[in-house]
Design a protein around this ligand. Structure first.
Ligand code: ATR
Length: 279
């Protein structure tokens, strides 16, 4: 029997945990599929996707730096992919390539379900104004927080992003500012969607941003605390989480789209956490 083929495509890709995650989802649900990691040259994304599709591929996950190109490539896409302007999941069908973006749903599922943090009425601070922030915005707004503040190093980018999303959630107080403008304000949920961790840095935030029982959430993850989470710990924040749960949950959303069955993520996340700690 030939297995349905899936892959994650990116550059670099060797570090990707998606093949292990999807292999475990397949084992758990009894779905017959294979899932591999594909390195595409920086100028060869389209060709690599086409080749995989012609070879019988059924779908792909798309990761850095190709999510915008994937959005441009698809013939149809979900409303959440259109809002994000980025695609992390491709499904190949008889009527062409369908694109979805499961990152925001993965974030939401991790926050609300895994971390038991309902967002309705909460004051949310979202740090960053790049693709990661953009992908999270619509699902966060849909939870009807009391307010959502977008803060970014380049303030103009935060303003532009807020302006683009304001009509999506007229009931939510959506504002934008620079990091220093946050002085004197307090938030219940602070989400780091900047790429600062990649440079081993934390966004330069004023002190006192965290309300009592606030959650500090980093979309990035690593072996120990990310710089953002280390800074939150120093600020006395006891509830902290990295993006490993988001990674597993966005994968589960993709798996659901492709196979029509939602895998159980808890055991996969726990195993991945143990593995990361041992590396
Ligand atoms: P992604 O798609 O991962 O969001 P991106 O589009 O390159 O990546 O955006 C990176 C985000 O991280 C931006 O918000 C960027 O801030 P600027 O718009 O001011 O560049 C933010 N960022 C990157 N390094 C940072 C740092 N050291 N401190 C704070 N913000 C940082």
């Amino acid at each position: 029997m030939t297995l349905d083929r899936y892959a994650v495509i990116g550059n670099p890709i060797s570090h990707s945990r998606s093949p292990a995650i999807h292999a475990e989802f397949a084992r758990q649900t009894g779905e017959q599929l294979s899932y591999e990691a594909l390195l595409a040259p920086l100028d060869g994304f389209r060709d690599a996707v086409e080749r995989f599709r012609r070879a019988g591929g059924r779908g792909m996950n798309v990761t850095v730096p190709f999510k915008l190109e994937a959005f441009a490539l698809v013939e149809r896409c979900s409303p959440r992919a259109r809002a994000a302007g980025a695609v992390n999941t491709l499904a190949f069908g008889p009527d062409g390539i369908f694109g979805d973006n499961t990152d925001g749903a993965g974030l939401l599922r991790d926050l609300v379900h895994n971390l038991d943090r309902p967002l309705e009425g909460q004051r949310i601070l979202l740090l960053g104004a790049g693709g990661a922030a953009r992908g999270g915005l619509l699902p966060l707004l849909a939870e009807r927080p009391a307010s959502l503040t977008l803060a970014n190093r380049s303030v103009a980018k935060a303003h532009a992003l807020a302006a683009a999303f304001r009509s999506h959630a007229p009931d939510v107080a959506l504002d934008a500012c620079g990091f220093i403008d946050l002085t004197g304000r307090a938030f219940d949920v602070v989400i780091n969607a900047t790429a600062a961790s990649l440079a081993n840095e934390a966004p330069q935030l004023p002190p006192g941003l965290y309300a009592a029982n606030a959650l500090a959430y980093d979309m990035m993850y690593g072996r120990g605390d990310t710089p953002f989470l280390a800074a939150a710990r120093n600020d006395g924040v006891t509830q902290r989480a990295d993006g490993l749960g988001m990674l597993v949950e966005q994968a589960a959303e993709s798996f659901l789209l492709w196979r029509g069955v939602r895998p159980d993520t808890a055991a996969v996340l726990a195993a991945l956490r143990r593995q990361l700690a041992g590396e």
